[in-house]
Design a protein around this ligand. Structure first.
Ligand SMILES: Nc1ncnc2c1ncn2[C@@H]1O[C@H](COP(=O)(O)OP(=O)(O)O)[C@@H](O)[C@H]1O
Ligand SMILES: [Mg+2]
Length: 399
């Protein structure tokens, strides 16, 4: 599907002007940045699943840092990179920011001169493919700090995105070098590493101090609440020709379980559908079509599973949906025994329990045991939506 120009929902793009929420993390980040501004040194580590907003948060850090008068850059680690290339790009990026935000291009241009660069040693070393020693780095970071203070800035924030890709290289040695250099300079630098999973133990191989190098861990997950998640949608629709009513946005947020990327992807398809058919307000029928297209593999699997259920399992599944997609065997049994009667409950509960176990074995629900109580809940937002569409379509608001 080609999207019409101006679709504000592109999940490959960091949030930038559409950034919402994360207020707790922003407060923490603010403190770290103020610390660097005051001449301290802070390193933070951002970890989260795919699409949970790491890159967007790095941009937020960069923008905030620049507002606070710091120099900031983001580099994306790629699989083929060696540690020295990472270092090279970080310094290059910082000088690029000096050029862009302080109008001083000469340092960036000087850095590009390679062997004939007089102010920095690293471009020359790269040109002849020689390794960067901790002393070289210390020297160049010192020169960088001179440039930075020369333009009236107060510190440098160096961000690395896709940090899990450091796994293939000796990330421990890289950070050992960077750390030694920054320590020797005594502050004014902040390293931010964003990574897909908990890679600290793996890149720490051969370097035991890495956990002390990144003592501040900032984990990102789904959006913190439904209001923020709905705001992520509304903000992108400001000034656009299509409106998403609140109940539609809430349904999307529920399907996506507040995952930023999944929300943006579903909205992308609805928006593009809406533009193509010239409507001004998106509706639940469009949502259904988009979910069934986008998650067609899951839809087929769920339909196949439903086809294999006994009528009694199916009936228990309906009741679980009625309970808001989660409940204990006793809660489901109570729906069978109306008006509640203890004999009925005692008889039905074990039967229902077995049926819930069947649903769990088939992947339609999961069971959680908390405080000695087993609670069954539908496996995911997408599966819950499909099940409701198939068994209780009026609950999905589809006409
Ligand atoms: N705080 C946020 N506010 C609004 N949109 C966000 C936010 N965080 C992430 N997104 C959106 O979600 C999608 C995935 O975010 P991204 O930062 O690329 O995640 P990650 O880097 O963790 O894979 C993008 O479309 C991005 O614009
Ligand atoms: Mg990313």
């Amino acid at each position: 599907m080609t999207s019409p120009p101006g679709n504000p929902f592109e999940s490959t793009q960091p949030a930038r002007q559409y950034f919402v929420g994360r207020s707790r993390e922003i407060r923490e980040m603010d403190e770290y940045l103020n610390n660097v501004k005051a001449g301290g040194a802070t390193n933070i580590y951002i970890v989260g699943g795919g699409g949970e907003g790491k890159t967007s948060f790095l941009y937020k850090i960069k923008e905030t840092a620049i507002e606070k008068g710091l120099i900031a850059t983001i580099i994306t680690v790629s699989d083929g990179m060696d540690p020295d290339q990472v270092i090279y790009q970080l310094i290059e990026g910082a000088l690029e920011d000096v050029a862009k935000n302080h109008g001083r291009k000469e340092y960036y241009e000087e850095f590009q001169k390679g062997l004939s660069c007089a102010m920095f040693k690293i471009p020359g070393l790269r040109a002849i493919k020689e390794r960067i020693t901790p002393k070289d780095l210390e020297r160049d970071l010192e020169s960088l700090m001179q440039v930075v203070t020369g333009v009236g800035a107060v510190g440098v924030v160096l961000c690395l995105d896709e940090g899990q890709r450091l796994k293939h290289m000796n990330g421990g040695a890289l950070f050992a070098t960077v750390r030694a250099a920054i320590q020797a300079l005594g502050g004014g630098f902040m390293i931010v590493l964003a990574a897909l999973e908990d890679i600290i133990p793996q890149i720490a191989e051969g370097y035991t101090g890495i956990d002390r190098f990144f003592p501040n861990n900032l984990p990102l997950g789904p959006f913190e609440n439904d209001n923020v998640a709905v705001a992520a949608i509304d903000k992108r629709l400001e000034g656009k020709p299509i409106r998403f009513p609140r109940f539609l946005s809430e349904a999307i947020v529920e399907i996506a379980e507040r995952s930023p990327k999944d929300i943006i992807d579903i909205c992308h398809d609805i928006y593009s559908e809406g533009i193509t058919s010239h409507i001004s307000e998106a509706d639940m029928d469009m949502l259904r079509k988009v979910v069934y297209d986008r998650y067609s593999t899951t839809v087929s699997a769920v339909l196949k599973t439903l086809g294999g259920l006994r009528p009694s399992d199916m009936s228990t599944l309906r009741k679980l949906l009625q309970l808001g997609r989660s409940g204990r065997a006793r809660d489901v049994a109570a729906l069978y025994c109306r008006p509640a009667d203890d004999d009925c409950l005692a008889r039905i509960e074990p039967v229902v329990y077995q049926e819930l176990r069947v649903l769990a074995e088939r992947g339609l629900c999961l069971s959680d045991i908390t405080a000695n109580e087993e609670v069954f809940h539908v496996s995911s937002g997408v599966i819950g939506y499909i099940l409701t569409a198939e068994l209780n379509p009026q609950l999905n608001g589809v006409s």
